[in-house]
Design a protein around this ligand. Structure first.
Ligand code: ASP
Length: 447
């Protein structure tokens, strides 16, 4: 059997939901349907989840929430009307109830608001399926058995969930499950990080040991490079879990990176497909490649990085220096992404949003005091470009070809690193050169 998840744009209107119905009906193996909250219908539209955040703040600021409640409800009502379903008044009651019972000392209150987008939508979609003659029902993640850690807006699934979910594998009905949240052991609703309905789909697939996890979105699959930089890039036919992890880390936003783990552990292939073009084969993520696979599967990039560069003569002979630097970062709750080092220097590449001016100065002062470097500079405005492919292990030319590709476009490499896993090569460059770098790498390895 298959688990199928539909993202926000696939469930944003009656027109889209009719496509969803046709997709579910076309394959009797599609038994578990996970849905997001209604997303954008067009570019300028708002996602229901974002409207729910506004609702939360309106109540918090003790303002009248009736306008925002009406706006959110109208999204569901419009869909129900267009699908000729009965007036979904019980959804309105659930929406209003959020404000009526809001307790701002409750650490899970925002999670309750956030989860309502998916929760109402799953009820509506189940109703629609039944109306269309399918044996279907809504299933609350609590009944299903999704138990999560007590980390508001950042939950992780607990292992005990899988066994409970497994009990549902032979359900006679198609189960429609809201994505994005589970319940803590104490019974509180707790959401995953944003975009987390993908995670729910993966957990359900692992729990019921599905043969496939189908993730339907609004693109034909995963592109080998960002289409903002490259005209009509190739679609990836297949990537391994490891490759996908590397790619999604550096800005591939098609599939939530935390969603890979449950499928990976249970060895369930994931396919990313397009609700608007379901016949296209999509991109498959699985354990390993076919023999004839390209060495490089994709190029990802992201901006918003900074690098702290520390130089000190004979740094290589000082024991414990890296430990000191890491402790300084840890004490200030700053995480780093890469830390290449040379004989006399270390660079620490981190996401810039973690630093404000005060934190930055404090950090540099602490490093200067503890390490006493000859030079200490912080550089902002960096991008990280990642070239990914498990096949590069067997090829001696990849690093040479990629650095040559960057040199051809005068891209100055600020940092280059390749982990021992040899699944990726990471470059840090100036952000204004990101586009040129991605393009040059793409045309070197793909065209
Ligand atoms: N609705 C949630 C969000 O917008 C989760 C999801 O769509 O996956 O983040």
């Amino acid at each position: 059997m298959k688990v199928i998840k539909f993202g926000g744009s696939s469930v944003a209107s009656a027109k889209q939901l009719n496509k969803v119905l046709a997709i579910v009906k076309s394959d009797p193996d599609r038994r578990f349907v996970v849905v997001s909250a209604p997303g954008k219908r067009e570019q300028t539209d708002k996602k229901v989840t974002d409207l729910l955040i506004t609702y939360y703040h309106t109540v918090k600021e003790k303002k009248d929430p009736s306008a925002i409640v009406a706006e959110i409800f109208s999204r569901y009502q419009q869909i129900a009307t267009d699908l000729a379903l009965t007036e979904p008044l019980e959804l309105l009651a659930q929406l209003k109830n959020l404000a009526q019972t809001a307790d701002f000392t409750d650490p899970y209150l925002l999670d309750r608001f956030l989860s309502t987008g998916e929760n109402l939508n799953a009820q509506l979609v189940a109703e629609f399926f039944k109306h269309a003659g399918l044996a279907a029902r809504y299933l609350d993640p609590k009944e299903l058995g999704i138990t999560v850690t007590a980390e508001p807006q950042n939950a992780r699934v607990l292992n005990e969930s899988y066994e409970k979910i497994n009990h549902w594998k032979d359900s006679a009905e198609i189960l429609v499950i809201p994505g994005f949240f589970g319940y803590t052991q104490a019974g509180n609703i707790c959401t995953f990080s944003r975009g987390g309905s993908d995670i729910t789909g993966s957990i359900v697939a692992a729990g019921v040991k599905a043969e496939l996890y189908e993730n339907f979105t609004d693109v034909d699959g995963i592109f080998a490079a960002n289409p903002k930089f490259v005209h009509k890039p190739e679609l990836m036919k297949c990537a391994t879990y490891r490759e996908m992890r590397e790619l999604s880390y550096a800005g591939f936003s098609v599939f939530h990176d935390e969603a890979l783990m449950p499928s990976f552990k249970a060895n369930i292939p994931v396919v990313i497909k397009n609700t608007n073009n379901p016949d296209s084969p999509g991109s498959t993520i699985k354990q390993s490649h076919a023999e004839d696979q390209n060495q490089i599967v994709g190029i990802a990039s992201d901006d918003g990085f900074s690098s702290i560069n520390i130089s000190k003569y004979l740094l290589n002979r000082e024991v414990g220096i890296v430990g000191k630097v890491l402790r300084i970062l840890e004490e200030r709750n700053v995480s780093f992404e890469h830390m290449p080092s040379g004989i006399d220097d270390i660079s620490i590449i981190l996401r810039s949003h973690q630093l404000d001016q005060v934190k930055e100065e404090e950090l540099l002062r602490a490093i200067a005091y503890e390490i006493d470097p000859d030079s200490l500079v912080i550089e902002h405005g960096l991008s990280v470009v990642v070239l990914v492919g498990e096949g590069m292990k067997y090829q001696p030319n990849i690093t040479a070809d990629s650095t040559a590709a960057l040199a051809r476009k005068n891209v100055n490499i600020r940092m280059l690193s390749q982990g021992a896993g040899e699944v990726s090569i990471v470059f840090a460059i100036k952000s204004e050169q990101e586009r040129a770098a991605v393009r040059s790498l793409y045309y070197t390895f793909f065209d």
